[in-house]
Design a protein around this ligand. Structure first.
Ligand code: CTP
Length: 419
């Protein structure tokens, strides 16, 4: 189904002026080189939906790298090119532009990276994942703002449907299973019935995708506004189980993700919390399996391991009448995000364990002694294990509120020295 709609108004309304001017400059430059330029993919979808998206992807019928190089001469910025795919990325202060040469793709085997060769816009749209992502807007001055919708993407947008373009789409690239779920839940759309049937059929094809690519998809899910919705759907559709059979996207997780959002102090911390909550109910052995498969960053691996190990450790925190120094000794050294994960994972914030983790996070971890090793040396204590021991004792006394000032610390040290 072909659909031609004029979109200049939407572009003007939804994109910043400067960016529109830049886009038009690229289009004019392309025209001078006898190339046709199109805006394509997610930004077209979001323009039609009236959603913000400044992630501009361009398709050029012609040499994208040559065009990007010429553009960079006048705009400056950092240019990265990939000759194998004939793509270029130009990073400017405020925006970055992706330019690709229109191409057709074939997959040598399921899950392999595609083999590409130059093609037409039509080929380029056909290689894409879903109809709603396979529309483009012509930017070349002649017929500027024309919608090119060869696969019924605009109609699917109106009917809120996620639909693949051909029967082998998921088996060619099973990461599209995760992508379908992401768009469905983000946009509050539905996976179209035939697409859903093929998605279910091709769940086993997720085994053809490397752990690194799956991790990338998972990280994208965890950056969404409500990742628990996607994880729930992925669990029901058995895609989550392909990461590890013990993972669950159930109501427990939904509840904890909600708390994580209320607790996290940054986007990075939230991403760590989500990941750790997702793996929280796995055994330590299973967490190791996930780390081996997904190969997350060192930092994330520490958070996952610490969160898991802490489950056993924090049981000790349920004891009555624990001294602050004891709480400190139990929790000291674990990653902050792992401690938060355990705090959130307790069913009730009034459980003694949770109260004690909170005490540690809010107060105890900041407690320092006024006296340093140098001060102790000045008081006649030689450096060495004994001094170390004294510093720990002093820190404990400070944690427990037995000393509250430098003077009181000095007095305590003198008392110990007398003994
Ligand atoms: N694409 C695809 N198959 C994939 C990945 C990407 O067909 N496995 C295509 C889609 O047409 C997509 C475009 O490449 O629109 C750009 O990919 P990406 O930036 O991941 O998608 P966006 O649609 O921009 O997604 P988002 O809104 O999540 O950033």
């Amino acid at each position: 189904m072909n659909e031609h709609t004029n979109l200049p108004g939407l572009i003007e309304k939804n994109l910043p002026k400067e960016l529109v001017a830049l886009m038009q400059r690229v289009a004019t430059l392309a025209a001078r080189r006898n190339q046709t330029l199109y805006l394509v993919g997610g930004v077209v979808r979001d323009l039609l939906l009236g959603l913000p998206n400044l992630d501009l992807d361009f398709v050029v019928e012609g040499d994208a790298i040559g065009l990007a190089k010429e553009l960079a001469q006048s705009t400056g910025g950092k240019l990265t090119t990939h000759t194998r795919f004939n793509t270029a990325k130009l990073r400017l202060d405020k925006w970055s532009l992706d330019l690709v040469t229109a191409r057709s793709e074939t997959y040598a085997r399921p899950g392999a990276l595609p083999t590409v060769k130059p093609g037409s816009l039509k080929d380029d749209l056909l290689r894409r994942d879903f109809t709603i992502n396979a529309m483009s807007i012509r930017l070349t001055p002649e017929r500027y703002g024309e919608l090119v919708d060869l696969y019924g993407g605009h109609a699917d947008l109106r009917h809120k449907l996620i639909r693949i373009l051909h029967e082998k789409s998921f088996s060619d690239d099973a990461t599209r299973i995760w992508r379908a779920i992401r768009y469905e839940q983000r946009l509050d759309f539905q996976i179209e019935p035939e697409t859903l049937r093929l998605l279910k059929r091709d769940i086993p094809m997720l085994d053809t995708i490397s752990g690194d690519r799956i991790r990338h998809e998972l990280e994208l899910e965890l950056k969404e506004e409500y990742p628990e919705k996607m994880l729930h759907r992925a669990w029901i559709l058995k895609a989550l189980g392909k990461i590890h059979s013990s993972l669950k996207g159930d109501t427990w997780l939904q509840d904890k993700f909600l708390q994580a959002r209320a607790t996290a102090s940054s986007g990075q911390e939230l991403a760590g919390l989500y990941f750790a909550l997702l793996t929280y109910r796995l055994t330590e052995q299973e967490v190791e399996e996930i780390i081996a498969f997904l190969r997350p960053t060192r930092q994330t691996a520490i958070i996952l391991r610490d969160s898991s190990q802490l489950q056993t450790v924090v049981k000790e925190l349920a004891q009555k009448g624990l001294q602050p120094a004891h709480i400190y000794s139990i929790l000291h050294g674990y990653h902050h995000t792992a401690l938060l994960t355990n705090y959130i994972a307790f069913s009730s914030a009034t459980a003694r364990n949770a109260i004690n983790i909170k005490l540690y996070l809010e107060k105890l971890r900041f407690v320092k002694t006024a006296l340093t090793g140098d001060d102790l040396q000045a008081m006649g204590i030689p450096p060495g294990p004994q001094m170390q021991e004294l510093l720990v004792l002093l820190h404990n006394a400070r944690l427990n509120g037995e000393v509250r000032s430098r003077q009181e610390e000095e007095a305590l040290v003198r008392e110990w020295l007398k003994e």
